[in-house]
Design a protein around this ligand. Structure first.
Ligand code: F6P
Length: 337
């Protein structure tokens, strides 16, 4: 039933993301349903080096669709970046008789996937590797969406809504730092959703006077006495921004770094559903005897793209979202500058 696939490995690697468990579940159940054995590789690529695995069947992934984190654990492996480390990983693949691997994670995970695919081919091994994008950063060029982003957005919104309550009562300014690595997707989506006074993202060079101070002034002129500044971690340090605001206009902001709380929690409907579709597609890709692919969401459709081409793609940042933020914030006065 599973074509040439008899046994596959599944792993999660890099920063965890809500929905990874839902993806593992989808991979395992789809594989088992087609007569393919499924081995969970623990602790990402490093688990393949150290032969750290667990056998999975349909029932071992019961009741995980709603759980954040990853039951397979995750890691970032330095050793796997070296040819020697990958040779050990390939030895494990041979030992376990793996015909394919599904790697769930972000950019680093996929670079590892490409490297092991190439090394396997060089060694004459028929090992098919398929990637599933899962990161709260949504920064994978080939896919419009990555598993975990929606859940992280909702966690940020919940936290910021709470912060707003107290900022409003005390008529204060809040500076909130959100994750995103080098990307501003999380910050911008969240900024729009909470009606932030200002949002700083790495994709748009920051002019402190224009982007922060003038926005606070406009909010004040529009009658507001509390302010919410959202900073993407890639655009600056919230503590420093807070200090600068204090020095420029004398108000005393409270600074919150949301940190790893953003990566936890039960996945949203969007993440569970996307993870289920992507996990299913990953196994179907392997069954179709295709390797070196990344499962992507393109215009709402699930596709499998050539890994090398997919990794060379860059995502066009939708700057019109920034225009929308500006148009709607501070009673619509921010775009008048
Ligand atoms: O890639 C996910 C992410 O949470 C980024 O947003 C952040 O920059 C990084 O991982 C944090 O990594 P760590 O868990 O190693 O602190």
């Amino acid at each position: 039933m599973g074509g040439k696939m008899r046994r596959i490995g599944v792993l999660t690697s890099g920063g965890d993301a809500p929905g990874m468990n839902a993806a593992v579940r989808a991979v395992v159940r789809t594989a088992v349903g087609q007569g393919i054995e499924c081995i969970g590789i623990r602790r990402g690529w490093s688990g393949l080096i150290t032969s750290d695995f667990v056998q999975l069947d349909g029932s071992s992934v019961s009741r995980i669709i709603n759980r954040g984190g990853t039951i397979l654990y995750t890691a970032r492996s330095i050793e796997f970046m070296e040819e020697e480390g990958r040779a050990k990983a390939l030895a494990t693949c041979k030992l376990l008789g793996l015909d394919g691997i599904v790697a769930i994670g972000g950019d680093g995970t996929f670079r590892g996937a490409l490297a092991i695919s190439r090394q396997a081919a060089k060694d004459g091994m028929d090992l098919k590797v398929v990637g599933i994008p899962a990161t709260i950063d949504n920064d994978i060029g080939c896919s419009h969406y990555t598993i975990g982003f929606d859940s992280a957005c909702n966690t940020c919104i919940e936290c910021i809504d709470k912060l707003r309550d107290t900022m409003q009562s005390h008529e204060r300014c809040s500076v909130v730092e959100v994750m995103g690595r080098h990307a501003g997707y999380l910050a911008l989506y969240v900024g729009i959703a909470v009606g932030a006074t200002a949002v700083l993202i790495p994709e748009r060079p920051v002019d402190f006077e224009r982007d922060v101070i003038e926005n606070i002034r406009r909010a004040r002129l529009a009658g507001t006495t509390h302010y919410m500044i959202v900073v993407a971690e890639g655009a600056g340090k919230a503590f420093y921004i807070g200090q600068q605001i204090n020095e420029a206009i004398g108000i005393d902001p409270r600074v919150t770094v949301l940190g790893h709380i953003q990566r936890g929690g039960s996945p949203t409907a969007r993440d569970r559903e996307t993870a289920s579709r992507m996990g299913y597609a990953a196994v179907q890709t392997l069954v179709g005897d295709k390797g070196n692919r990344i499962i992507s969401l393109v215009d709402g459709q699930i596709r499998d793209l050539d890994m090398e081409e997919a990794l060379a793609m860059t995502k066009q940042f939708q700057m019109d979202r920034y225009d929308i933020l500006e148009a709607l914030t501070n009673n619509g006065t921010s775009h008048l500058r």
